[in-house]
Design a binder for this molecule. Structure first.
Ligand code: GLA
Length: 390
């Protein structure tokens, strides 16, 4: 779907926008549910994302419109009345950014008209919400000359999601959306925000995303529950060990100290986080050596750990991953993102992609009753003003 966000703006507000912006969604290759445990993640920004065009007003009104939610029409709010309301749906994300910016002393002193249009499937775990936040952040930064860099925008976007929307997410999605790079994955240390770009040279292979089309149910509350379980495990470990987060431990130290964690469920969660972190570090090294098959093996281990120890997979994700792994063209497959529905990420040989889709689609439908969708992912540049996009 080609998006012309300036034309969208003109159609709704009948005048020219002052600027247009883009922020991508992301796919995480490996390193799941460990950003908030101080671990390493390995995402790429996608070519799919959120576009926004806007123009400043002379009063304090903000008028929001999303081409993706035409039924909601133009939603008007006053700058003095930026509060979270569940029924306001998607506008809570941009409102969250405005509110957090204000709390940080980044003063938005004039209203604006803004139109959004995105091509990330909603609720599929490809970070459509982070892309709305980051897109709004880069736009406000440009319009009101705050001079923030994209890392600062990613941090404020995470804060908006944590404090305004109430989803206690880590930094991965907003960071990938803000800092993505063409043909690169980002190896990000979530405890320090040190990062490096790693070439995604898959040669005769591609990243294929399977959208299970199982909408992520209760993702927010289950997600926050996992975070709490990890915090409980950490507290127990800290009774003896001087550590800041779960991922400060390697697998061996964990095995030697795991009995400190009283609750067996919390112990399983910690096990996932610590082993997943080790897998992600290994995966980055392996990819740098171009060993895609070795990378695929780690992807499978990651999925199993998310399924059995972290318990964030579901029937649909397991079916998609199994069908992918059973296919001759597949090098690796796992669920990606928060889980409880959403997408699987697979590495597939280019010559087999057509058959991969043709074979898996009906089998998946037979097992789950859902129609799967498939996207071939390209790693893309992070958030930017559109004229500056490379
Ligand atoms: C969601 C969150 C991220 C991360 C992933 C799981 O996408 O927004 O911060 O925790 O889940 O890896």
């Amino acid at each position: 779907m080609d998006i012309n966000i300036e034309a969208d703006f003109k159609k709704i507000f009948k005048y020219e926008p002052q600027g247009s912006f883009f922020a991508p969604g992301r796919v995480n290759l490996i390193g799941e549910h460990i950003d908030y445990n101080g671990g390493y993640v390995f995402p790429s920004a996608l070519s799919l994302g959120t576009y926004a065009a806007a123009a400043k007003r002379n009063d304090k009104k903000i008028r929001f419109y999303s081409v993706n939610f035409p039924q909601n029409g133009v939603i008007e709010v006053d700058l003095s009345d930026i509060i979270y309301r569940k029924e306001d749906g998607w506008t809570n994300y941009p409102k969250g950014i405005i509110s957090i910016f204000a709390a940080e002393g980044l003063k938005i002193d004039r209203g604006f008209d803004i139109v959004y249009n995105g091509n990330i499937p909603n609720g599929a775990g490809l970070s459509s919400s982070a892309s709305i936040e980051v897109c709004t952040g880069v736009l406000l930064n440009d319009f009101f000359k705050f001079g923030l860099d994209n890392v600062a925008i990613a941090k404020l976007s995470q804060k908006a999601e944590n404090e305004f929307v109430g989803m206690n997410c880590g930094i991965m999605d907003q960071f990938a959306s803000a800092m993505g790079k063409k043909e690169r994955a980002i190896f990000l240390d979530c405890s320090s925000l040190d990062y490096k770009y790693v070439p995604l040279e898959l040669k005769e292979m591609s990243i294929v995303i399977i959208n299970t089309n199982k909408k992520r149910e209760l993702a927010g509350s289950k997600y926050n529950e996992r975070r709490r379980e990890c915090e409980d495990a950490l507290k127990d470990l800290q009774t003896k060990l001087n550590i800041k987060n779960l991922c400060s431990l390697g697998p061996e130290e964990f095995e030697n100290n795991k009995d400190l964690i009283k609750n067996p469920v919390a112990r399983k969660r910690a096990k996932h986080a610590i082993y997943e972190n080790a897998r992600t570090i290994a995966a980055c090294k392996i990819l740098e050596k171009n060993d895609v098959a070795g990378f695929g093996k780690l992807m499978k281990e990651s999925h199993d750990s998310l399924r059995y120890d972290y318990e964030v997979s579901c029937k649909e994700l397991d079916a998609a991953v199994k069908l992918a792994l059973d296919h001759q063209g597949t090098i690796g497959a796992r669920m990606t993102g928060a889980g409880f529905g959403g997408c699987a990420v697979c590495i597939v040989k280019n010559g087999d992609i057509e058959d991969f889709i043709k074979d898996i689609k009906p089998e998946y439908k037979k097992i789950t009753g859902f129609d799967a969708e498939f996207y071939i992912a390209c790693a893309e540049t992070g958030a930017c003003k559109l004229e500056k996009r490379l």
